[in-house]
Design a protein. Structure first.
Length: 161
């Protein structure tokens, strides 16, 4: 099988030598130098790029749909806590029904006072809440409390004898 030789601009054989046809390489001239590019490497890069773009689009669509989904519920706050993950923290609230909600800022709803809302909620309060999103354990997503209208916790009567 004859070799495939590439000549430089001066007409001499390239210093990289001659490539065989079975190498599946194609020459690419750049600034007077001869450079070989492997077709398989280029094809692999294109496939990986397409896969990455596909997953980024899917994740973006998921987050947008999460932000645009809303609902209204009535809950009684059972407990509240902060879940830390490195430098990131989530305000979490559980209801007496066993459902867990998060309180985070929402760019799509233009709400940036999640710390204030979290501080206002106390165990025992009955609240009418507006939420966005849904519970999706794989991404650790919870319904996000956007607004809460609460009545104070019932005062417990203590009988002194």
């Amino acid at each position: 099988m004859a070799g495939l030789c590439v000549r430089s601009e001066e007409g001499t054989q390239a210093s990289l030598g001659c490539a065989r046809e079975t190498d599946r390489r194609i020459p690419e001239e750049e600034k007077g130098e001869v450079r070989y590019v492997n077709k398989k490497g280029v094809e692999f890069s294109v496939v990986i790029t397409i896969i990455v773009i596909f997953f980024l689009l899917c994740f973006g669509i998921y987050k947008f749909a999460y932000a645009m989904t809303s609902g209204e519920e009535s809950i009684t706050v059972k407990e509240k806590w902060v879940k830390y993950h490195g430098d990131d923290a989530k305000y979490l609230v559980s209801s007496t029904d066993g459902e867990v909600f998060e309180i985070t800022d929402s760019f799509f709803r233009w709400r940036f006072d999640s710390s204030d809302l979290y501080a206002d909620l106390e165990p025992g309060m009955t609240c009418s809440i507006q939420t966005q999103g849904w519970r999706f354990p794989f991404f650790s997503d919870y319904k996000n409390i956007i607004e809460a209208n609460c009545s104070p916790a019932e005062e417990r009567m203590v009988r002194v004898v």
